[in-house]
Design a protein around this ligand. Sequence first.
Ligand code: KE4
Length: 427
Amino acid sequence: MKRDISDKLFSRAKELIPGGVNSPVRACKSVGCDPVFIQKAAGSKIYDVDGNEYVDFVCSWGPMILGHNHPAVEEAVAKALANGTSYGAPTPLEIELAELVIDAVPSIESVRFVNSGTEATMSAIRLARGYTDKKKVVKFDGCYHGHADSFLVKAGSGVITLGIPGSPGVPEDIVRNTISIPYNNTDILEKTLGEEQDIACVIIEPVAGNMGIVPPAKEFLQKLRDLTSQNNIILIFDEVITGFRLSYGGAQERFGIMPDLTCLGKIIGGGLPVGAYGGKKEIMQLISPVGPVYQAGTLSGNPLAMAAGVATLNVLKEKDFYKKLEEKSASYAEELKALAQKYSMDITLNRVGSAMTGFFTAEAVTDYDSAMKADAEKYGAYYREMLAQGVYLAPSQFEAAFISAAHSSDDLNFALEKNESSFKKLS
Ligand code: KE4
């Protein structure tokens, strides 16, 4: 596989940017190779600077559910661009996207746009603390909510002791208010919410995506909803991945559970930087300038990003969009499972909608501990083999593969063929 231009660019990038990347996972450290540099993308394909073509299952980590440069998105952004790029003042486009989001997401009555998922979640927990006048935040091991200090705690630290920093630079006195407990463990959830008095909120990925795809156990979300309601605790669904991915109304619509606040990102920007948090008007009214909880952003509601989001959601609204995506995702996953069995590969495939992860382990993956049993080394070998054969997967065992509306049956059959030859080689 020709990659000398990527290699040259990577060594130059490393002189200028930490690790040569602007987000750590892109450095491909955990899959034992250097990253390829991307030149362009179109539909289901992505092309690197050496001219290699790949079927793309990363989809920019979720946003590109329509596929790359969808004509409606391209046109909308070009139209907005002709009017300028940023004003730092309200625009009609923000109303348009807000109306679409409020119409789509059952629990959102009022929404604030920001520039990333991290901004959305950090603002949501500040709001929850302001609304309840309580300090503690409960999260779940293996769930990732962006890189704000409060979220960077060691997995499992909250159960044994108070939160322990998961990164240098995160002060103990911040994370002592963060409790991280096991995903899908109702007993520990009940115990924690029953014992801890000062919990402002629980934040959860209603389908976990950041330890690989791990669906909620049956009744787990309902139990979480019941316990948070009983204890005056704000329930925050971090739907940065699942929002507009699992259905037009996200995981909350798919599972029929209403959180108090929802965080969004990725898809709602159509590939441009947009995050959002929203929920009941009664809670959102606390946000400045109406209320005292401060949050702001120079480029929040940026017109180009709003235009991309509006165009994207208008396509997602189309009849049968999710039905067609579900059908092709389900059949792809079934065929992939069959191939893994045919070559006696120890792979557990977790899928929800068009998001899936093949864990290199024979055991069920239902939480952080079981996900960590996956053979990341073997995943790395698989990743490198698939890349060489023209299939672009997440450079980490603990991420998701996404299928978009642009993935044709030819693309999926091509990917299945490459899986078969990779399994043949690896088994
Ligand atoms: P951003 O700040 O990266 O836009 O969003 C943070 C975030 C919040 N919540 C969830 C559920 C998320 O998945 C994310 C970010 N996701 C990762 C990959 N799963 C982004 C990829 C990266 O970090 O480069």
